[in-house]
Design a protein around this ligand. Structure first.
Ligand code: A3P
Length: 315
């Protein structure tokens, strides 16, 4: 769903589920933190009842890695590949359908009855989630749905996360950068330690239904990466359609559209959209700490190397 109506939906869902939603801004489920404002323990408990379709288009990305951007690219690819006429396109509009069905745009958000309502979405569904692979519903792997896994350099991800968490009041109190960095590096934030997600995904390197991509790769050559996404998901699109998707999903276009329709969330979802903003924020000690953690845990793994830490996370 676009940002339009999202706050309204949040309020409604929280009111409906007041008996099962904890009063703290964060709650623990299976050892991981989630924000009460958008997630609900009951939904997480029954996540495994979600019925994947083999043609579902699954996008997985830790918060603030660019999931709204890539999600929109996939929605556009599905629409272009479907060659729907104008009316069909309007009827099938993911945004429209999600609004009608009161669906939050991420699998683990919202009320427990959502999985039943999701059955009404027409194929191919584009499904986004921030969950680490071991927490995904089993049916995603059983049905062999294709999964695109998105990463972003951890320094920009952390900076983006702070703005978002403070902006949306996801945390118990607004955090300073220093406080947030200290939580982020320990994984004491919703969806846990980012580096752990990367480590876990290294177990899926040989799975041909999983494709890895980085925010930075798309920033460098969106057309090329959109083409790779289309091939992976078997979307049939021509060069002209790819070019049109590049334009429709540019930072400016998405930000402008969000500011026309949203109720305040857009400015946190579409903040700067650049690579390297961390250089304005990280202290020397924080830099060293992140470099050390990355080196210790991820740097020598295949996915760690794919992230080009030396290029994007060094001065
Ligand atoms: P910044 O806060 O660094 O600007 P997510 O969608 O996973 O919440 O990620 C949000 C980040 O992606 C934000 O980063 C946001 O600006 C950036 N983003 C969103 N749309 C984008 C686009 N079309 N192009 C580039 N970056 C985009």
């Amino acid at each position: 769903m676009a940002q339009a109506g999202m706050q309204e939906l949040l309020k409604k869902t929280l009111a409906e589920n007041k008996d099962i939603v904890p009063s703290d801004p964060l709650f623990l489920h299976n050892g991981e933190l989630y924000p009460t404002m958008i997630c609900c323990p009951e939904t997480l408990k029954i996540l495994d009842t979600f019925e994947t379709r083999s043609d579902d288009v699954i996008l997985v990305g830790y918060p603030k890695t660019g999931t709204n951007w890539v999600g929109q690219i996939l929605v556009e690819l599905e629409a272009a590949s479907g060659k729907y006429d104008e009316e069909e396109r309007r009827k099938r509009s993911m945004r429209q359908r999600e609004r009608e069905l009161s669906l939050f745009p991420y699998l683990e958000f919202g009320d427990p009855a959502k999985f039943e309502r999701m059955k009404q979405l027409p194929s191919r569904r584009v499904i986004k989630t921030h969950l680490a692979p071991q927490r995904l519903p089993k049916s995603i792997f059983q049905k062999k749905a294709k999964i695109l896994v998105l990463f972003r350099n951890p320094k920009d991800t952390a900076v983006s996360y702070l703005h978002f968490a403070n902006g949306l009041k996801l945390l118990p109190t607004p955090k300073t950068w220093d406080e947030f960095f200290s939580d982020f590096i320990k994984g004491k934030v919703p969806w846990g330690l980012y580096l752990d997600h990367i480590i876990e995904w290294n177990k899926y390197l040989d799975d041909k239904n999983v494709m890895f991509i980085t925010y930075e790769q798309i920033k460098e050559n969106a057309a090329l990466e959109i083409k790779r996404m289309a091939e992976f998901f078997d979307f049939t699109v021509n060069e002209q359609e790819i070019q049109s998707i590049v334009e429709k999903t540019s930072f400016k276009t998405m930000k402008d559209e969000a500011s026309e329709t949203n109720e305040g969330i857009g400015k946190f979802l579409f903040r700067k959209g650049v690579v390297g903003d961390w250089k304005n924020v990280f202290s020397e000690d924080q830099n060293k700490e992140m470099d050390r953690k990355f080196e210790e845990s991820v740097a020598k793994t295949k996915l760690g190397m794919m992230m080009k830490y030396d290029v994007y996370c060094q001065y």
